[in-house]
Design a protein around this ligand. Structure first.
Ligand code: ATP
Length: 451
């Protein structure tokens, strides 16, 4: 266990949210969308560092959910989908939030998020709740008639159900097995809020795990535990996570049981990921509406059955925000205050920064050679501007785990200095051994034994 200098972290910083939002804007993680036109409420664009980190979050998920398993396959389904899908899935009827209006200031709220008092003007003159469908409706093709009505998917799951038979025949997988997908989802949220926590457009990472009905409880517990460890393995302290089962009246229309993995957001505990037992609801609904058989043959009993589905569902953008909040810290290095993101190296938008001590030609030449050697293996930045101290601070602030400094001695001794973000310790390493040194630090196999 590494011990860091005394610092301010998520656990004791009252202004954490504001600081992280500012950092995201200032350093190019997240920008308000269409900012030059005054912004578009609650939509965000991911800048150079944010796009890199978001990709890392999705890669880390895909790696653990698909690539390192032989019982899960991935798909990438369409975002635009016909009304028939959402009619059958029950979303047209039930994917709603309770909407209320304030009769004084006419603001609209989600009834379950306010306590009978308008957060805008304080009035208690609130209308009765009515169901508001969260799906974005559009028209596909040039004619605006009912036949061309389409919806932007509010979840990726239905793509897994409508392709269930295609995947069965093409992969020969049999339960227990899963189908995973990462992609955009759209919900016309009544009150988008808290930065990228709740937005109308976001990225979802979902996996539908099909199991024999009798095994559903076992697999449900398995996936809750698996998903919890994914977050802690990637650096979220376990005390910032908790598991909360849904009450019966909270369950989605398709769910037999749901558990939320919650995160200690600055405003309190909030849902990070949901794990649901969707039973055979979706496959039955699509089988009935489409007339296709969506079931599997059990070799042991010689009978056909409709599998139950266990679904872990996580927003990539919400996950990125949690990783940033958990990683943010302020401490002191040699009497100077610094901001540092203690991100796991796999999530860091820049993993290695190559810093030539000066702009002298021979130093830049050697530095570029080092950069070229590292780029296929790590996300790299190359920075020659301002003092080396300033450059370290800039890299610390965006979570770069390792800085590699190339100085005048490097030309003669063919060695560079590797600086660690968290301890700030510096070690001289031969350029030849640099990839192996970084492999040890990142826990990857050394270059020489990589298969
Ligand atoms: P809530 O009740 O908070 O509206 P939900 O229970 O409807 O959310 P799910 O359908 O379980 O949410 O969504 C799965 C995951 O997708 C959530 O755990 C969250 O990580 C993410 N997510 C859901 N809605 C949004 C959103 N509007 N913006 C960003 N991420 C979201």
């Amino acid at each position: 266990m590494v011990s860091y200098p005394a610092s301010m972290t998520a656990a004791n910083d009252d202004n954490l949210m504001e600081k992280v939002v500012n950092l995201c804007k200032r350093r190019g993680f997240v920008f308000p969308s269409a900012e030059i036109y005054g912004g578009f409420r609650s939509t965000y664009d991911y800048g150079p560092l944010g796009a890199s980190m978001l990709r890392n979050v999705k890669d880390a998920w895909w790696r653990s959910m698909v690539r390192l398993r032989d019982d899960v396959v991935g798909i990438d389904a369409a975002i635009l989908s016909p009304a028939a899908v959402w009619e059958a899935s029950g979303h047209l009827e039930s994917f709603t939030d309770p909407l209320v209006d304030c009769r004084s200031c006419h603001e609209r709220w989600r009834a379950d998020q306010i306590d009978g008092v308008c957060p805008n003007c304080g009035s208690t003159d609130i209308t009765e709740a009515r169901a508001f469908n969260l799906m974005f409706k559009t028209h596909a093709g040039p004619v605006e008639e009912e036949a061309t009505v389409a919806y932007l998917r509010p979840e990726t799951a239905q793509g897994m159900f409508t392709n269930f038979a295609n995947v069965l025949t093409t992969t020969r997988k049999r339960p227990p097995f899963g189908i995973a997908q990462v992609g955009k989802a759209f919900r016309n949220e009544i009150t988008p809020q808290n930065f990228v926590f709740r937005t109308r457009e976001f990225e979802l990472m979902e996996m539908e795990y099909f199991v024999p009905p009798g095994e559903a409880p076992k697999w449900f517990d398995y996936w809750v535990a698996e998903r919890f460890s994914w977050f802690s393995d990637l650096g979220i302290p376990p005390e910032m996570l908790r598991i909360r089962p849904h009450d019966a009246d909270e369950l989605s229309h398709y769910s037999l049981k749901t558990v939320d993995i919650e995160f200690a957001f600055p405003w309190g505990w909030g849902e990070l990921e949901g794990v649901a037992n969707r039973g055979d609801y979706d496959l039955n609904a699509h089988a009935k509406a489409s007339g296709e058989r969506l079931e599997v043959f059990d070799q042991a009993t010689g009978e056909r059955f409709v599998p139950y589905v266990i679904e872990p569902a996580l927003g990539a953008t919400r996950a990125m925000m949690a990783f940033l909040l958990a990683a943010y810290a302020e401490d002191e290095v040699a009497g100077e205050a610094r901001t540092v993101l203690r991100l796991d190296w796999r999530l860091a938008p820049v993993q290695v920064a190559v810093l030539p001590l000066s702009r002298k030609e021979e130093l830049e030449g050697l530095s570029r050679q080092v950069l070229t050697m590292l780029q296929p293996h790590y996300l790299c930045d190359y920075d020659v501007t301002q003092s080396i101290g300033r450059r370290y601070r800039r890299q610390d602030e965006v979570g770069t785990p390792w800085c590699v400094t190339v100085d005048f001695d490097s030309i003669d001794d063919r060695a560079v200095t590797v600086r660690d973000r968290d301890t700030t310790a510096q070690v001289r390493v031969p350029i030849e051994g640099l990839l192996d040194e970084l492999a040890v630090r990142s826990g990857r196999p050394p270059q020489s034994v990589r298969m």
